[in-house]
Design a protein around this ligand. Structure first.
Ligand code: ZN
Length: 437
């Protein structure tokens, strides 16, 4: 117990005293997911049981309405050696290609010597697509092995945590700055945002991609909440943050990536009028009241109900003698497994294709990870933790579906459909519907 307590002191920063965006001290408890290990900490079986646990709680700032974690695990622990690879799925590759093409065609026509800086550039996948369009590229990546991979594949990558100091040392400005899936991680939020303004040309575009809290609330995608995601933005809240640093979002669209992400286009404040679609989405956001505490309180009640329903489903599978494997070992899957309390009694293993996770077990629930192509035989049911890749998973596994394997998605991204659990139940009794909705 004392070893765990010591780890927590060394690896963590104390509970938040003021809002990460506006410094207000008026923070209200909003969502409580209990104590959890940090989700990217896939561990060796021999280390199971020694991983530290930290509070996983979202608080709501009543002044600027930003939802955020009130407990920070140090970034060196979270990102120094992570095993996430962005180039691993076709869906993400297509997405990155699309973003680069859109930015090029919309904002960069006629420019020569175009340059792009990618913050949190991972294995360089996004930059490969910019490079193919004639951009000079530079990545900044905090994970040493991942930065090494990028450099080996020909993408110049600096191994560092980007912040204002790194921006100053770069001493150059870029036509495009990209930050995909990292902007909510930032412990040094204001330093990073300042660095972005410094490195952005006067007529440059900062492309910010982030999980959209409005979609998380709508889809009950509570597993998107984990220690690496310190902040959960809506348009209104990210605009507040950008405004503090002389930046402004002027256009955006909703992408299906990761279950609903905003691709926002940002520039220096006052230099671009906002687009009609940006104004419309901002209006819809306010109409949906997702910048109000009441939406978060309701969310907490809904996910508690969801927990009971999901456990009933998995227990029924086991009672019926059906074998259940997890599909994918995504970081967010660990929030779901730990909050629901799903262990090897309900899910035998997690089928994963990232070879860096081979032979490890999931943090907290200790479910073994097996590489997808090394499974001796398929289960009766896949419980799909990587639910955000639904289309790709279904199309790649058509043969298994035809052979009778059920693919069950604990989170659905289209709430216009029938309620999730009801449609899952229907699929259990209808022999022609092998794909659980
Ligand atoms: Zn605030």
């Amino acid at each position: 117990m004392s070893a765990v307590a010591t780890d927590r002191v060394e690896e963590s920063i104390n509970t938040l005293g003021s809002c990460r965006v506006c410094d207000s001290r008026d923070l209200e408890p909003a969502i409580d997911l209990g104590e959890q290990p940090w989700c990217n900490h896939f561990i060796r079986p021999t280390d199971a049981g020694s991983e530290p646990f930290y509070p996983l709680r979202v608080v709501f700032c009543t002044r600027c309405t930003t939802a955020q974690l009130d407990f920070t695990v140090k970034k060196e622990v979270l990102f120094g050696n992570h095993t996430y690879l962005s180039g691993i799925t076709k869906t993400l590759n297509n997405h990155f290609a699309g973003v680069a093409r859109t930015v090029h065609d919309t904002f960069m026509q006629g420019r020569t010597d175009k340059s792009v800086l990618d913050i949190g550039s991972n294995d360089g996948t996004q930059l490969q697509y910019y490079k193919a369009l004639g951009f000079s590229v530079l990545g900044v990546e905090s994970s040493k092995p991942t930065a090494k991979l990028a450099n080996e594949s020909g993408i110049e990558t600096l191994h560092a945590f980007f912040n204002e100091g790194v921006a100053r040392s770069l001493n150059r400005k870029f036509d495009v700055i990209n930050a995909s899936g990292v902007f909510f991680h930032l412990e040094e939020l204001h330093s990073v945002t300042d660095g972005i303004r410094q490195c952005l040309k006067r007529d440059g575009v900062f492309v910010v991609q982030f999980l959209y809290m409005k979609q998380i609330l709508k889809n009950l995608a509570f597993d998107q909440i984990y220690h690496e995601h310190l902040l959960y933005y809506n348009l209104e809240t990210i605009q507040t943050l950008l405004g503090r640093h002389g930046l402004e979002m002027f256009d955006c669209h909703l992408s299906p990536i990761h279950g609903g992400s905003i691709i926002g286009f940002v520039t220096h404040a006052g230099s671009q009028p906002s687009s009609f679609r940006f104004d419309t989405m901002l209006f819809e956001e306010r109409a949906a009241r997702c910048n109000e505490l009441v939406a978060y309180k309701q969310f907490q009640r809904d996910i508690q109900r969801k927990k009971q329903k999901e456990l009933e489903f998995l227990r029924a599978e086991r009672t019926a003698g059906r074998r259940v494997f997890g599909m994918g070992a995504p970081v967010k899957g660990n929030t779901l497994l730990n909050y629901f309390g799903i262990g090897t009694d309900l899910i035998e293993c997690l089928a994963e294709k990232n070879a860096l996770r081979k032979g490890l077990v999931s943090p907290g629930m200790h479910i073994p990870i097996v590489l997808e192509d090394e499974l001796p035989e398929p289960p009766d049911t896949y419980y799909v933790l990587a639910w955000n890749f639904k289309d790709e998973i279904l199309s790649k596994n058509q043969k298994l579906i035809d052979a009778g394997v059920t693919f069950y998605f604990p989170v659905e991204t289209d709430t216009n459909e029938s309620p999730r659990y009801r449609s899952n139940r229907l699929s259990r009794t209808c022999s022609s519907a092998r794909v659980a909705q």
